[in-house]
Design a protein around this ligand. Structure first.
Ligand code: SAM
Length: 290
């Protein structure tokens, strides 16, 4: 089960009240959504979006007790404007984005998100998309692999890893996370607790799902989806995501579309990090529609 990150901070900033409507753009297991729905009782609605059908199924079960106040959409938040309009939920008082993957996906999906398990190299959130991590690893040219690892993984040894992958796949197609992790392990030495495959796996996941492009699409529509005075909260887990939010917020604030509520990103308390180590890299930024 996924533990919602920065939950108290999200509730403080989004400040859900009785009868208000929210969008959870990345519902996952529904942890944040359940807390929001409790606060918006008796009749506030919540539009729950997730690109992953299995996540959405878990959220449906976990949010069942809110008797019809949650509406579900299996889609990408890149289409947030159309999804919100189609749902008929209005006005929208707040939106939450909690990027990346959930613990449930990492540990139980069998889709190759984790380098700690030997699984098929899939990494798609949405299995209706055709591009898999296996396609990328076996079919992208060496220069493209290097570029992805550098840009999306910020991995210093991108060139060497790309070269090793191209060599290995000449012998046979790389099909599992275990095979890929072994190739990476020969190039990048373990430093402390961080696994050498971390950044390369992050890069592949971002490329497989077009993650940054989906965030950019959503950001362009956030001000239009929100009612005046409505807030959007963004939880990022790596610098590429956080930079997109930071730069977009700055530009939108200059254009007087939104107001930035916290200049510095909010991070997890020592206590939360102790209970849930995944929260260590989380950064929360919140804006308000003017
Ligand atoms: C960190 S988890 C969310 C966890 C959730 N806040 C909770 O408390 O259970 C992120 C979720 O976002 C979903 N996701 C990733 N990219 C998405 C996108 N472009 N559109 C919609 N959902 C997406 C993933 O499938 C995953 O379920």
């Amino acid at each position: 089960m996924h533990i919602p990150v920065l939950l108290n901070e999200v509730l403080k900033y989004l400040n859900p009240r009785a009868g208000e409507n929210f969008i959870d753009a990345t519902v996952g297991d529904g942890g944040h959504s359940a807390a929001i729905l409790k606060k918006t009782a008796p009749d506030g609605k919540l539009l729950a979006i997730d690109r992953d059908e299995e996540s959405l199924m878990r959220a449906r079960v976990n949010l069942e007790k809110f008797s019809g106040r949650a509406v579900f959409a299996n889609d990408s938040f890149g289409n947030i404007l159309a999804i919100a309009r189609g749902s008929g939920i209005e006005p929208v008082n707040g939106i939450l984005f909690d990027f990346g993957m959930s613990t449930s996906q990492l540990e139980d999906s069998g889709r190759g998100f984790s380098f700690r398990k030997d699984e098929i190299l899939d990494m798609r959130y949405d299995e209706k998309n055709s591009l898999t991590a296996e396609d990328i690893v076996n079919e992208y040219g060496e220069a493209d692999l290097e570029k992805i690892f550098k840009e999306f993984g910020e991995e210093r040894k991108s060139r060497a890893v790309a070269g090793a992958i191209v060599e290995a796949r000449k012998r046979s197609r790389i099909k599992t996370t275990g095979e890929l992790a072994a190739i990476i392990g020969k190039i990048i030495r373990r430093r402390g607790r961080i696994d050498p495959a971390t950044k390369i796996f992050q890069a592949l996941r971002i490329e497989t799902n077009g993650e940054l492009a989906e965030i950019e699409k959503a950001l362009a529509d956030v001000p239009e989806v929100l009612a005046a005075g409505g807030r959007a909260a963004f939880i990022s887990f790596h610098s590429l995501e956080d930079r997109l939010i930071k730069n977009w917020s700055k530009k939108s604030a200059e254009e007087k579309n939104i107001k930035i509520l916290n200049k510095k990103p909010i991070t997890a308390s020592a206590e939360e990090i102790k209970d849930n180590p995944k929260s260590r890299s989380a950064k929360l930024r919140v804006i308000e529609k003017i």
